[in-house]
Design a protein around this ligand. Structure first.
Ligand code: DGJ
Length: 556
């Protein structure tokens, strides 16, 4: 953790207090806000924590008329939240004239379908570019300055150094938030806001406009310097190393403090993106302080700043973003790469609550979701392009979401207390058992991605319809009592060891079942014999999501 616990808690309590104060007199209950529970951060909606079982629409699917036909499909995926863009060019077609009909249509349809919304502000930047800026902004390149490439050519990227740019964006975003406060402050359909989308500079580490060059040659702002000096010991290792390697100076130009290379240029750019985003987010929060975050395009292996969107809210730049944009409650990764474990860990290590607004809509999304909730107390998980998800990913995601919905009360109760874990294979060829220590037991977990033969390792496996190869495999485990675990998932085998020297752990009993709407356990059957490998392990079959309650005993 690179932010002291006290600061984190203080920051979150401040957010909670602000949220309550802001609604006094306008809504019966506090508006959606973040609240700590142990080491976790929960999203509180209508006074209760909410786990977001989300899906993000593809970019051009956010108009109600188009979306209409997809609602039944979206509901069949057992989502509780839709992650939807709001387009600056549609809500402010002429400067100062606002049209919120698309937003109102979305609110109406989400309510009809019993879903919450996370809104994405497609403002100045959408994947580095500025394609959602209104026509009147795009056309007026004199007033609304563009970023300039190293060859001196303007790009369709609004410059973060322009006061006119940020003022126009912040005004529109603030109007959106005011509108949401007026039309949704009571119903609280919208629970979270994303400010901009995948900010980052292409194809170079930084902008080369005259303003950028001037600022780059000038001093590192005192606000950033102070924040780095104060938090020197907690800084992300990459940044601390960069700073130390350049001499650890506490004042000077950007090149003097962070070196002359692209890494320093990226830090410079990140600070200015953060400060701009701060102004937009703060203007929005002044109207209606919903929790807010911004999201990042991650780094392709081997790519350099500019080859990947440079200076976005990436974990190595988290300290810069936090210093520049304190109005953001967290930074969020869009995880399309297979090393899901690594990226989630990096975001949590940077002192961040985990929300994944975009994930690859592959069959593995189903188990990645379970992992995020189990291992990192995630606020939510949301595959991208959700309206067009097809089989087998759709069925698997619906299965995982149904499981999460059943487990929601249990997960929320156990968040932030070190009593849950996520189960996921490091990589397809890593056969080494995953180890998780919970409540005095060591769990050794292996993963089954294929249909096993009819007789596997002494276990008779019933053969139904043949399953496709390379099934997703993973789960969530919750220590619910001194010798009791609840395990949900697909294709996992769990062996238990006592962590007391000389003590042996045995399976007392294993039940398969489900939780009903009231959170009561509904027993389906006892599992033993071949189904537990004669008492040696717990097994959740490949190909279908299962839920088991395991009671253990210890002997010497
Ligand atoms: C990441 C972006 O944030 C999304 O809006 C979308 O463009 C996807 N990439 C496409 O894969």
């Amino acid at each position: 953790m690179h932010m002291t616990m006290t600061r984190r808690i203080l920051r979150r309590s401040m957010a909670a207090v602000l949220a309550v104060v802001a609604t006094a007199g306008t809504a019966a209950e506090s508006i959606p806000h973040l609240r700590p529970q142990g080491t976790a951060t929960q999203l509180i909606v209508g006074g209760k924590p909410l786990l977001i079982r989300g899906g993000e629409l593809s970019n051009s699917a956010g108009e109600p008329a188009y979306l209409q036909r997809y609602w039944p499909h979206l509901k069949s995926l057992n989502l509780n939240t839709l992650v939807v863009p709001v387009y600056w060019n549609l809500i402010e077609p002429e400067e100062g004239r606002f049209d919120f009909s698309t937003v109102d249509g979305l609110l109406r349809d989400a309510r009809r379908n019993g879903m919450h919304l996370v809104l994405l502000w497609f403002g100045s930047w959408k994947n580095s570019m500025s394609c959602y800026a209104p026509d009147w902004v795009k056309r007026d390149t004199q007033r609304f300055a563009r970023a300039i490439d190293p060859a001196g050519r303007p790009m369709e990227i609004l410059s973060p150094y322009s006061a006119a740019n940020v003022a126009a964006d912040a005004r529109a975003y603030a109007r959106l938030m005011r509108h949401l406060r007026d039309v949704d402050g009571r119903q609280q359909t919208v629970v979270l806001m994303q400010v901009e989308n995948e900010i980052g500079m292409l194809d170079d580490a930084r902008d080369h406009s005259a303003d950028a060059d001037r600022l780059y040659a000038g001093p590192v702002p005192a606000a950033l310097m102070q924040s780095l000096v104060q938090r020197r010991e907690q800084l992300m290792p990459w940044l601390r190393q960069l700073w130390t390697a350049a001499g650890g100076k506490t004042q000077g130009s950007w090149a003097e403090v962070f070196g002359t290379g692209t890494a320093g240029a990226e830090v410079f750019m990140a600070w200015h993106f953060a400060v701009y985003t701060q102004q937009v987010a703060a203007a929005g929060k002044a109207e209606y302080p919903l929790p807010m975050y911004t999201n990042a395009a991650l780094i392709r292996p081997g790519a350099q700043p500019g080859q990947y969107p440079s200076a976005g809210p990436l974990p190595h730049l988290a300290d810069i973003w936090r210093a520049g944009a304190p109005a953001l409650d967290f930074l969020a990764p869009d995880i399309y790469f297979p090393n899901f474990i690594e990226w989630t860990q990096r975001y949590v290590d940077s002192g961040n609550p985990l929300f994944i607004p975009e994930a690859l809509r592959s069959p593995d999304a189903a188990v990645n979701a379970l992992y995020a909730y189990g291992q990192h107390d995630a606020i939510g998980f949301s595959p991208f392009g959700i309206e067009s998800i097809g089989e087998p990913a759709a069925g698997l995601l619906a299965g995982a979401n149904a499981l999460i919905a059943q487990l929601e009360p249990l997960i929320l109760r156990h968040q932030g207390q070190g009593r849950m874990a996520g189960l996921l294979q490091q990589s397809r060829d890593n056969k080494k058992p995953l180890q998780r220590d919970l409540n005095g037991y060591r769990l050794k977990v292996t993963f089954e991605r294929d249909q096993p033969p009819p007789l596997a390792d002494g276990v008779i496996v019933p053969q139904g319809k043949p399953l496709p190869a390379d099934l997703p495999s993973g789960g969530i485990v919750i220590a619910t009592g001194p010798d009791e675990f609840v395990i949900g998932g697909i294709g996992v085998i769990v062996e238990f060891e006592s962590m007391q020297t000389g003590e042996i752990a045995g399976l007392l009993n294993v039940a398969e079942g489900r939780y009903d709407d009231q959170g009561r356990w509904q027993h389906v059957r006892w599992l033993s014999g071949d189904q537990t490998h004669q008492g040696r392990h717990v097994r959740l079959e490949p190909g279908r999501f299962g839920l088991q309650r395991v009671t253990l005993y210890r002997y010497r």
